[in-house]
Design a protein around this ligand. Sequence first.
Ligand SMILES: *Cc1c(COP(=O)(O)O)cnc(C)c1O
Length: 215
Amino acid sequence: IVGEEEIQKVVETMRKGDITAAGGGGVMQEWEEAFAKYSGAKYVISTNSCCAALHMSLGACGVGPGDEVVTTPYTWGQTVAPIMQQNAIPVFADIDPKTYTLDPNKIEEKIRPQTKAILVCHIYGHPVDVDPIVKIAESYDVKVIEDCAQAIGASYKGRKVGTLGHMGAFSIGDGKNMVGGEGGMVTTNSEELYERALLVGMHPARTWREIKNPK
Ligand SMILES: *Cc1c(COP(=O)(O)O)cnc(C)c1O
């Protein structure tokens, strides 16, 4: 899972001392730009895990104490843990027995005034049927967050996962499709959600440099 090319790049980067996204430029910016190009997302933020990426996305979407997030009961625990880390309440909707992903027909009945987001998971690399879910979300003014931890490279109707809803969260942890030791990424096409995610998760140097709309 780790080739000679990766080892060389790590050694080269460590020799340069250029190992943080906080300073701007360097290997982290290179990586975020490469992943933006690959995923088709306008904005990418690298994180220490997908769990952190989901946590930042939930915060960016305004999920807070007592709010509800409709999500899938069939996933890895870290889809649900960040909802509770925001002191919000996971509300499980049923899955499609053929794909094991959230059934778009089972979501609307779970939406209440305190619902702030729908957190879908592309389990085993199988993309959720997300267009009808985005339609429901938009009619209730709630956000769709995609857990893409198991689905780097998966696509739906010609678009890559992580760009189908409002925000995406990826993992490059051990055992995932693409392994970087531990780590993850937030993806979004929304400048506002990008800036909000930076505020939730990042170093002040990066927020000072990159946030254009401080209000
Ligand atoms: C692995 C996984 C996560 C968590 O990823 P980390 O990078 O380990 O935090 C979240 N959701 C799903 C579906 C996963 O498989």
